[in-house]
Write a protein that binds this ligand. Structure first.
Ligand SMILES: [Zn+2]
Ligand SMILES: [Zn+2]
Length: 474
């Protein structure tokens, strides 16, 4: 695991009618598992990871995609991907291969990290299908419009695939029903010849077949009765079923999955496979809104509350001081935000007293996207615990960000959500950009204090705030 905070995607769960957040790479793993057998060659699975990442990012709003319409506020919807299920659910399906398969999926995403398929400056719509049956298809023959990278290519790679050559018998009744058509009813006609099959039929006056030729060979009615085990020589016939022969499976657009596997087995790498099936494309690490720098271009001012020996910060019964804990968390927060590409300013970076008016002046000079002042709370009743976030009345952006941050703090660290509320504090009023006053826990509560004095939890708190910012922007 690298130390950068992961990129999140909003997925609309059609079944439960709710939007959930997912780490993008987790979703890619689920999509690879849902669209391909994991017994396929690793290079083929890697090409699929790049394909799914491309398709997903193409839809993400942060990359200029449309997302899911109707004001749902999600990037993708589960109804596009009916087979999608959480990796835990594969436990029974995969049995003893479960952990091995998870390893494969990790490898597949790590070794293709951030890679997507471009044609010129645009992410392509990376179509694929199970088996092409010898050649893929030009887009205009399937969808009606010409797409430069969806050109017909020959594929000699899927010959061994199950669906390469198949047939299906369909009765005339079924065809009529499904296509909404009506055939002229061919009743069993006594002397109906079927060209090159049944011919030269002679019957006696009773209607019994005396002789006929089948596929050019002459038989007596009795021979046919015996050889085909019919009940009588008084027989007639009509076609009841049509056998449809198919080659391949799917619409033939883009990449042939079985072909991709076979290419990999013959030594081709995932990028070669992708470039074979998608005409003229290139594979690039996505940089424009970089997966590692999604907060690029954002300025954030962090204000560690209080500071200096004589300040009026809160102190726990164990002697821990708010000013120190705030500074620790803010330093970690700075690190987290910088790793996401944000430019971070601090009103103080050491244990000094900075007057509130100076903090406001500093923030107003920089004009950041957000000003965040970080504190801990204290109350005479020690059972009170949790986090509170305040914004200046009417500042909708700050309120939304506050909710995102609270969600993260609550989920990840387990601090109780005591609300995101408007307030009229000095800094909220005097700093002229969107601002939040964040109270992370109560120094008067034993459990909160334990969390706030633990180095891992401080890091979690910092990352929760960073993730809150990230999900606000994504
Ligand atoms: Zn093929
Ligand atoms: Zn404070």
């Amino acid at each position: 695991m690298n130390n950068s905070v992961e990129l999140y995607i909003k997925v609309y769960d059609v079944l439960n009618k709710e939007v959930k957040q997912m780490e993008l790479e987790e979703l890619i793993k689920e999509l690879v598992a849902a669209t391909m057998p994991l017994t396929f060659h690793i290079e083929s699975l890697k090409s699929q990871a790049v394909i799914m990442r491309t398709n997903i990012m193409r839809q993400m709003k942060i990359y200029g995609g449309k997302g899911v319409g109707k004001g749902i506020g999600a990037d993708i919807s589960t109804d596009y991907y009916p087979n999608l299920m959480p990796l835990e659910s594969y436990n029974e399906v995969w049995g003893k291969d479960y952990f091995n398969n998870l390893e494969i999926l990790n490898r597949v995403t790590e070794e293709t990290e951030a890679q997507v398929i471009f044609l010129q400056d645009k992410l392509i719509e990376a179509r694929f299908h199970p088996v092409c049956g010898g050649s893929t298809e030009n887009s205009e023959n399937v969808d009606g419009n010409i797409v430069n990278y969806l050109r017909k290519v020959l594929c000699n790679y899927c010959k061994e695939a199950v669906y390469y050559k198949e047939y299906k018998d369909i009765t005339l009744d079924e065809i009529e029903k499904k296509l909404g058509v009506r055939f002229i009813k061919t009743l069993p006609i006594k002397n109906m010849a079927i060209e090159e099959m049944f011919d030269n039929i002679t019957r006696d006056e009773e209607g019994r077949v005396v002789k006929l030729s089948i596929a050019g060979k002459e038989f007596s009615g009795k021979e046919v009765m015996e050889l085909l085990e019919l009940n009588s020589t008084r027989f007639s016939w009509r076609p009841e079923k049509i056998r449809f022969y198919t080659r391949g499976k799917g619409d033939g657009l883009g990449l042939c999955l079985y072909g991709s596997n076979e290419m990999a087995c013959r030594g081709k790498k995932y990028d070669e496979i992708i470039k074979y099936y998608y005409t003229g494309v290139s594979i690039e690490k996505i940089e424009k809104v970089s997966i590692n720098c999604p907060l690029k271009g954002k300025d954030i001012v962090i204000d560690p509350g209080h500071g200096g020996d004589n300040c009026s910060d809160y102190r726990s019964s164990t002697g821990h001081r708010e000013k120190d804990i705030c500074l620790d968390i803010c330093n970690l927060l700075k690190e987290s935000l910088e790793s996401l590409g944000a430019k971070v300013y601090m009103t103080r970076s050491e244990d000094v007293n900075v007057p509130l008016s100076e903090r406001a002046y500093y923030a107003n000079k920089i004009q950041p996207q957000f000003f965040l002042t970080i504190h801990q709370n204290y109350y005479s009743e020690p059972s009170i615990s949790g986090a509170e976030i305040y914004y200046y009345r009417g500042d909708i952006e700050a309120m939304l960000l506050g909710q995102k941050i609270m969600e993260q703090i609550n989920n990840r660290v387990g601090l109780i959500n005591r609300g995101v509320r408007p307030a009229d504090f000095y800094l909220l009023r005097d700093v002229k950009v969107s601002s939040l006053h964040i109270e992370l826990g109560y120094l008067s509560n034993d459990n909160d204090l334990k969390l706030l004095t633990d180095d891992m939890t401080k890091k979690d708190l910092a990352e929760s705030i960073a993730k809150g910012l990230l999900s606000y922007y994504l």
